[in-house]
Design a binder for this molecule. Sequence first.
Ligand code: SAH
Ligand code: AVI
Length: 325
Amino acid sequence: MTIDPRLTASSPATPMSENGLFLADVWDGLGASPKALPAKYFYDAAGSALFEQITALPEYYPTRTELGILDERGPDIAALLPDGAALVEFGSGSTAKLRRLLRHLPGLSAYLPVDVSGDFLREQAETLRGDFPDLTVEPVVADFTRPFTLPEGFKGRALAGFFPGSTIGNFEPGEAARLLDVFGRILGTGAMLVLGVDLVKDRAVLEAAYDDAAGVTAAFNLNLITRINRELDGEIDPDSFAHRAFFNEAASRIEMHLVSRRAQTVRVAGRSFAFAEGESIHTENSYKYTLDGFRALAARAGWASLEAWTDPDGLFSLHALRRED
Ligand code: SAH
Ligand code: AVI
């Protein structure tokens, strides 16, 4: 089944290789003012492994909190999913959250994890097949912000969506609404989507979650430079950049940056980019929502809110949405 979402505006007319796209985005991003890079490039195999370490950090409350909500609300989610549906998970990572849901979903006909981190995805899918031999697992290596294809045989099947982790928060609100609309086109009218959304809270709690004492989030951020050096013939000294994360309250988002420790010129695949001391590359946004703020965004993208569950401390939310149009 070929998906033809509308997120193609920035796609080149001639298809480029994945590395060609990476290079074009890095050249564009380092040439821009202010400098910025798309957060999806964090996730090579090393980046995915570092993200898994982040999920276990004491400061990083989202993962354990969402797992708690999934444990509690598993039966409610199961009641909303049509029997025999195939579940498409966007940005599946370690599939840990799907594993927690599975015991509530005996009627699930197939699981299609979609992720841009190809080697990590294939490994996770293989392990999942071993652990759940009766479940059909069809991994899809794709960037879900660009047109991609679901495996043959899923056309006309009842599909449901799963998008945990608050990965939706890594997109600007306008992009997030466009992405939700694309997911709606993929899943079809009447489909259910269960997604995790991090909530606005105290600055200190938020900032600690993105600047942990053990330095794992710093390593995750700096791995982007290591990846550029390895895959794009980059000559950037990772030690010349520092990790910075702060809550931008006006925009309701955590921002992550790589800040140049000195004035310097770096090179990537033959092109030079000058940095002033203290100049940063904006590497990630992580938007934090209120329940009503997220419901309104989903409604703009054609999704009606069926349920919104939170943990007792109101740290994180899980939304059940239905595609309307
Ligand atoms: N869902 C997991 C992982 C969240 S980390 C959890 O809740 O813990 C974000 C995941 O989304 C990573 O595995 C990353 O590789 C994937 N990802 C990020 N941007 C993506 C994109 N544009 N297309 C596909 N996958 C993407
Ligand atoms: C995947 N995403 C939702 C994470 C987040 O919290 O924004 C990525 C992350 N960045 C730093 N720590 C975790």
